[in-house]
Design a protein around this ligand. Sequence first.
Ligand SMILES: Nc1ncnc2c1ncn2[C@@H]1O[C@H](COP(=O)(O)OP(=O)(O)OP(=O)(O)O)[C@@H](O)[C@H]1O
Length: 300
Amino acid sequence: MQLIGTGAARAGGEDGKDGKDGEAGYIAASLRGVTKDFGAVRGLDRVDLDFRSGEVTVLLGLSGSGKSTLLRHLNGLQSPTAGEVTVLGTRIDAGDGRGLRRLRRGIGFIFQHFHLVESMSVLENVCTGRLGTLRGPRLSLMMYPRSVRAEAMAQLERVGLADRAFQRADTLSGGQKQRVAIARALIQRPRILLADEPVASLDPVSAAEVIDLLREIGDEQGLTVICSLHQVRTALDFADRIVGLQGGRVVLDEQAAGLTVDAAFTIYDRVAQPETPQPDSTQPDSTRPDSTQRAPALAG
Ligand SMILES: Nc1ncnc2c1ncn2[C@@H]1O[C@H](COP(=O)(O)OP(=O)(O)OP(=O)(O)O)[C@@H](O)[C@H]1O
């Protein structure tokens, strides 16, 4: 089976041209020959990928396959050992501190553990998403411009949490916290939304709500969404495109619509021990062995 397909080219049209910034389907981010070494450990291995505007991509792969490392390269949190990372038309790996900060304003990042300030109100947490555009410290909600507070409230309405605006963040459930984190990312007015296992800490119902919200917002705003997940079936429902990583290498790159669950699972099977039981694709996600459950067995 040929695992590496032409997902990126198909998403952007047959010619695969870059297009101009602002056009639907232009290349919002790309990695060219990106290798990342952490001492003796290779985190990414000669990765070539283009991500087009408006496209929702899910990164799949075993724990340690390089998903988080790839996402961190896309917002300049990490720099490659070799290769180039271009985001929104600018080499993010070569930027200075100021250029990097400016570029990062166009990139929202959602984390597994939300990264909210628990003692702050929900509304103030959302306002912090605009700190990069404001001069000077903001030590309380009222130190943010009225326009920022109004926009934060609008974003909370968008994620269905306006009624929680003045509660402390630590009074929310995990699913609610992740929706606040999404609102905080949206107030940046990003063009790219990166999400690193955004539902890994959530119950299945909250996880589905967060995934649906990300898809809706991505579609509404034409965002480039790149998200790592461990739930294969959810990934196929959510994504336009699936990129599979193994040992830091891209081993699968296909449109989600053309992939079966079993084909997607080959990302994991290629490193499975021979005696590892094969998944039963007739079972629903909640009962079927998924990568989160299979990973330890496969890795061991
Ligand atoms: N800061 C670091 N220092 C040393 N090694 C690292 C560092 N970050 C990542 N690695 C290594 O790089 C490889 C890829 O890690 P990465 O966190 O990207 O994997 P992942 O696919 O996101 O895993 P998970 O699904 O568990 O989050 C792993 O072998 C990991 O141990």
